[in-house]
Design a protein around this ligand. Structure first.
Ligand code: ADP
Ligand code: MG
Length: 255
């Protein structure tokens, strides 16, 4: 790996010998990986292996039992709280539920992070909101309340909100879960377009093979038996070449 990769401005996220646990129960141990800027990176593995837990560690919601999480080249838990908050503003997050605030319109949902965390004028915020809604194909839905949206549109609105602060990294937990196949494929296409137009890095939890093969450049497989990551690479390569039966089975049996 080139030395320049370690310059903070060129590093978006890195995990260094991370062990995750709830009390005495270890979820995964010794995770060690760096995410190359501009990639779509998938965290995969069977249900319960620790995918969501890893994502939550990467956005500062759980403190590591051991090891470190780096965001933008900085050791997250080594920082003071206000520096942690500054780092987290560079991370857009869409959780599995992806809940929008139901009492606010789509535009108000997307505007809220900008109102809370910036001192931009209402006009500037309105411009930003319109831009983000257009990016996700919801230009016409700004004044609609979440309850009136389809599942796919709700995910798009959640993405627009995650993008409100112009993050360098988007963290998405099972973005296409619960969507019909057409909406799920449209969401994949949208994620690819966001990467192309904004240059954003995407860290995505998924157990959906179609998404994996369609959009992930790189991936990490968390094994629930050994409680560690046993494979790393492009899903297509792992599907054919992983030395681990369970990885090949995972990538071959669910289409
Ligand atoms: P995945 O997203 O891969 O399905 P999770 O990360 O949600 O898996 O969960 C990994 C393991 O950690 C599971 O055994 C789950 O029961 C446990 N777990 C997740 N969150 C908590 C929590 N807040 N407290 C205790 N155990 C948890
Ligand atoms: Mg999960």
């Amino acid at each position: 790996m080139m030395a320049s990769r370690n310059r903070p401005e060129e590093t978006v996220a890195r995990v260094d010998r991370l062990t995750m646990a709830f009390g005495d129960t270890v979820v995964q141990r010794d995770l060690d990986f760096e995410i190359v800027p501009g990639t779509i990176f998938a965290i995969m593995g069977p249900s319960g292996c620790g995918k969501s837990t890893l994502l939550r560690h990467m956005v500062g919601l759980h403190e590591p039992a051991a090891g470190r999480v780096f965001l933008g080249g900085e050791n997250f838990w080594g920082l003071e709280q206000h520096d942690r908050n500054r780092l987290l503003q560079q991370a857009g997050v869409l959780f599995q539920g992806g809940a929008l605030w139901s009492s606010m319109t789509v535009a108000e949902n997307v505007a809220l992070p900008l109102e809370l965390f910036t001192d931009r004028s209402p006009e500037l915020i309105a411009d930003q909101v319109a831009f983000k809604l257009a990016l996700v194909g919801l230009a016409g839905a700004s004044d609609v309340y979440p309850a009136a949206l389809s599942g796919g549109m709700r995910k798009r609105a959640g993405l627009a909100r995650a993008l409100a602060m112009d993050p360098r990294v988007l963290f998405l937990d099972e973005p296409s879960a619960g969507l019909d196949p057409l909406s799920a494929r449209r969401l994949d296409t949208l994620i690819l377009r966001l990467r192309a137009t904004l240059g954003v890095t995407v860290v995505m939890v998924t157990h959906e093979l179609e998404s994996l093969f369609a959009i992930a450049d790189d991936s990490l497989y968390l094994d629930p038996e050994t409680k560690t990551a046993i494979a790393r690479g492009a899903p297509r390569d792992l599907q054919k070449q992983s030395e681990h039966d369970q990885v090949r089975e995972f990538l071959n049996t669910r289409l």
